[in-house]
Design a protein around this ligand. Structure first.
Ligand SMILES: NC(=O)c1ccc[n+]([C@@H]2O[C@H](COP(=O)([O-])OP(=O)(O)OC[C@H]3O[C@@H](n4cnc5c(N)ncnc54)[C@H](OP(=O)(O)O)[C@@H]3O)[C@@H](O)[C@H]2O)c1
Length: 248
């Protein structure tokens, strides 16, 4: 278990799925976690559970597509805790369709949330992290950003964009002691994948050398490592956490 004691971590999309587990696991590792999503009541539930278990979390509502709102959230975190050490850009949405049927709005919503949302978060924390001369930025991409997927042009473009954003951030902020890395999960067991018919799940598993769908804890463990002091010499990288599905 990696030690994140005395670190302040912001996790976007912490109300459910992978983000919820990242919030729980970073809190267990000792971080003070700021759980962010659009629904305050949903993130409050997660933060309350974390606090009841003896760890530390607070909840804040923010639509990450709105840069000004994100700046306000970061300002209040700095007022409360005095630092921001870790940013996990996890919030993401899908609006799948074939390109010829995909509306401009569905394109925009996915790019605005998955890519601009991560840029807004990164921009909001950068000044503070530069002042501290340390920080960890972790973007949650997807294997779809590496290999594409029919019916997901908007999602694949947003997730590939995150990899470019990660590399640019890493190069721009390395001299200030800030690292930026990306995680590209494969198929992870969440509400979304649980809804898939058994036949499709079995076909998916057949494509995974390790023979199982991933767990949110598989992603959270990689986050805890990348957020830790031990990962201080790693920046600008993308880690596929996918049971070996995509090997480059
Ligand atoms: N599940 C998988 O198999 C898988 C595979 C590869 C990559 N990923 C990536 O992993 C991340 C988490 O996936 P998941 O399956 O856990 O997703 P999920 O269960 O659908 O959760 C998405 C989270 O993002 C938040 N969110 C959405 N739009 C937002 C906005 N505009 N502002 C703030 N928060 C927003 C949601 O909360 P609110 O609705 O309350 O805002 C929710 O907390 C995503 O980036 C996804 O693309 C997932």
């Amino acid at each position: 278990m990696f030690n994140l004691e005395n670190k302040v971590a912001i996790v976007s999309g912490a109300s459910r799925g992978i983000g919820k587990v990242i919030a729980e696991e970073t809190a267990k590792a000792g971080a003070k976690v700021v759980c962010v999503s659009r629904s305050l009541s949903d993130v409050e539930k997660i933060a309350n559970t974390i606090n009841e278990q003896g760890f530390t979390a607070i909840a804040m509502a923010c639509d990450i597509t709105n840069g000004e709102q994100y700046q306000e959230i970061v300002k209040s975190v700095i007022e409360k805790y005095g630092s921001i050490d870790i940013l996990i850009n996890n919030a993401g949405v899908t609006k799948d369709n074939l390109i010829m049927r995909m509306s401009e709005n569905d394109w925009d919503v996915v790019i605005d949330t998955n890519l601009k949302g991560a840029f807004n978060g990164t921009k909001a924390v950068t000044r503070q992290m530069m002042k501290q001369r340390s920080g960890r930025i972790i973007n949650i991409s997807s294997v779809v950003g590496l290999i594409g997927n029919a019916g997901q042009a908007n999602y694949a473009a947003s997730k590939a964009g995150l990899i470019g954003l990660t590399k640019a951030t890493a190069k721009e902020l390395a001299s200030r002691g800030i690292t930026a890395n990306c995680i590209a999960p494969g198929y992870i067991e969440t509400d979304m994948t649980n809804r898939l018919p058994e036949k499709i799940k079995n076909t998916l598993v057949e494509q995974i050398p390790l023979g199982r769908i991933g767990k949110a804890t598989d992603i959270a463990a990689t986050v805890c490592f990348l957020a830790s002091d031990e990962a201080g010499y790693i920046t600008g990288q993308t880690f596929t956490v996918d049971g070996g599905m995509v090997m480059s």
